[in-house]
Design a protein around this ligand. Structure first.
Ligand code: EPZ
Length: 422
């Protein structure tokens, strides 16, 4: 297992390129199952989660070809497609559940393993099941697999999600493109990744309106054709690297960054004393003074403050002048980075879904353990400003969502290196 060693160093200066969005790409790739014609994605991120999705689609019978060092993914599912998504692959990545809607739409039946919980929560699939059932699917849980079938194909339906689930919205969006009739999905998720998926499906011939709002209307069509689509910029990688100069000073431009992708996050940066300037190349970020101010955070579905940036913001607020209160309202167990930050000298009190962070002047490097994707990068960020060496272990979590983190941060002046483990 690899580790990453970060040594507190001076200010960071320069450009950080932002890749295509992991969470958009993981929804776009299963869309290949909706058509027998090729679907090609450009600006794809090079991540282990993308490799996992590739393995899953190939296990179903799709052809996946990576080009340009993985930035282009050409897919085709014109052969025999299997409806069975096996536990061995699905258990590695919850987003594997995004083949459920496309398989039901394409084949009328699917057998998809439940992903099981993960470090940040139980993450059930009841919202996916309720919505697809409303569209005429019969779904039964047997031996850890969802057995889904439709008699005569999915039908359009009006359905309201109990919670604006990103994955459930994506499964319904893809399933409804080939359903008979019109589907109206209420309380739909509004994340930019939903809009990106809708844009791609429209290029394939789908009829979709309202994506990006809480009500999406999809008019089913008989078939979809192939398309080529660029993956939208990764707003979570963007927000993560925007914080780097806030930790240790300097000025960093995140290439390709757009404020509309992370409006709520930028409002909190402004309140904390971090200046964000939008320019043609992307977003330029610098700290206004020597120390950031405390701010309170509540995570919410888009356009609220993203849960995927909560850990990174907590790491920064550990050094703030004052006390910050962070409330995590999306996942039930997403403060596992807190005890690791405390090992570095942070002062954090966690009570259920609320973490109170009392800012300290300085943190000290320490060996720490990554527990999930975003927690691991929050420890790397903390290491940028800590005195001495921080050794982040189990960085396989990191490689799921951040391509070449040591290169991107090293290129702007961070002292960071990867130690390849056995
Ligand atoms: C997506 O997960 C993202 N993953 C997550 O990013 C992100 O944190 C999450 O959306 C929220 O924004 C991908 O897009 C691949 P949800 P998803 O369905 O779709 C509960 C990262 O770090 N829920 O919106 O699984 C669920 O337990 C990852 O990149 C149900 O109760 O999120 C959670 O508490 C982590 N029943 C909440 O809703 C369901 O059927 C949000 O889940 C589905 C979800």
């Amino acid at each position: 297992m690899d580790s990453i060693i970060v040594t507190g160093n001076g200010p960071l200066n320069g450009d950080i390129p932002i890749a295509g969005a992991k969470n958009a790409c993981l929804a776009l790739m299963p869309a290949t199952l909706l058509s027998e014609e090729p679907l090609t994605l450009t600006n794809a991120p090079r991540l282990s989660d993308i490799k996992t999705m590739t393995a899953l689609l190939e296990s179903l019978g799709a052809e996946v070809t990576k080009m340009q060092d993985g930035k282009v993914i050409a897919m085709a599912s014109h052969g025999e497609i299997s409806p069975v998504a096996d536990y061995d692959i699905v258990r590695k990545m919850r987003a594997s559940n995004l083949v459920l809607g496309p398989l039901l739409a394409r084949m009328g039946h699917a057998v998809v393993s439940l992903p099981g919980g993960c470090a940040i929560g139980a993450r059930p699939m009841d919202l996916h099941v309720d919505a697809l059932t409303a569209m005429g699917a019969e779904i039964e849980l047997k031996e850890g697999y969802l057995h889904a079938k439709t008699n005569g194909g999915l039908k359009g339906a009006v359905h309201e999600l109990r919670f604006a689930s990103v994955g459930a919205t994506e499964n319904v969006l893809m399933a409804a493109t080939l359903a008979k009739g019109t589907t109206v999905l209420k309380n739909a998720a509004r994340e930019p990744e939903i809009v990106d998926l809708a844009d791609c499906l429209r290029k394939m011939g789908a009829q979709i309106e309202g994506d990006g709002t809480s009500t999406i209307e999809i008019q089913g069509v008989d078939r979809l054709h192939g398309a080529t689509h660029p993956v939208v910029t990764d707003r979570i990688e963007l927000g993560t690297y925007m914080l780097a100069p806030a930790f240790c000073g300097g000025e960093v431009t995140c290439l390709g960054g757009r404020i509309d992708l992370i409006g709520a996050f930028c409002e909190k940066l402004d309140a904390a004393g971090i200046e964000v300037t939008e320019c043609a190349r992307g977003l330029t970020v610098k700290r206004r003074g020597d120390r950031i101010k405390a701010v309170d955070i509540v995570t919410e579905p888009f356009p609220g403050f993203p849960t995927d940036l909560q850990a990174q913001m907590m790491a920064l607020l550990c050094l703030a002048d004052g006390t910050s209160v962070l409330e995590e309202k999306i996942f039930e167990n997403r403060f596992m980075h807190a005890p690791e930050l405390v090992r570095m000298g942070a002062n954090i009190d966690v009570q259920g879904g609320v973490a109170t962070v009392h800012g300290v002047e300085k943190m000290k490097g320490a060996p720490v353990m990554a527990t999930d994707l975003r927690a691991s990068v929050s420890l790397i960020l903390a290491g940028l400003a800590a005195e001495g060496e921080t050794i982040v272990n189990r960085v396989y979590h990191l490689d799921r969502g951040y391509e070449r983190v040591e290169e991107k941060l090293g290129n702007v002046g961070a002292k960071i290196e990867r130690i390849t483990g056995q």
